[in-house]
Design a binder for this molecule. Structure first.
Ligand SMILES: [Zn+2]
Length: 73
């Protein structure tokens, strides 16, 4: 699978759209047009802000209705 990242050159005079391979995440590449070093953001290393809140709601529990019709006489 080719997961390429598209990133715009930070050089305001260039602003070339660069397409880098996913393997370049967290590294820096050189813009082909102007030679500016472009840092490829690494989504994996995203700062952990707030941990996902655990759903602590009491969900309506599904009651398993066991068949109880066998009433032996
Ligand atoms: Zn550039």
């Amino acid at each position: 699978m080719s997961d390429s990242i598209r990133i715009m050159c930070p050089n305001l005079k260039c602003r070339a759209l660069l397409s880098v391979p996913g393997a370049a995440r967290g590294k820096s590449v050189k813009c082909r047009a102007c030679g500016t070093r472009v840092r490829i953001p690494d989504p994996v290393a995203a700062p952990a802000r707030t941990p996902a809140p655990q759903p602590d709601v009491d969900t309506a529990d599904e009651v398993d209705q066991s068949e109880d019709g066998a009433a032996a006489a």
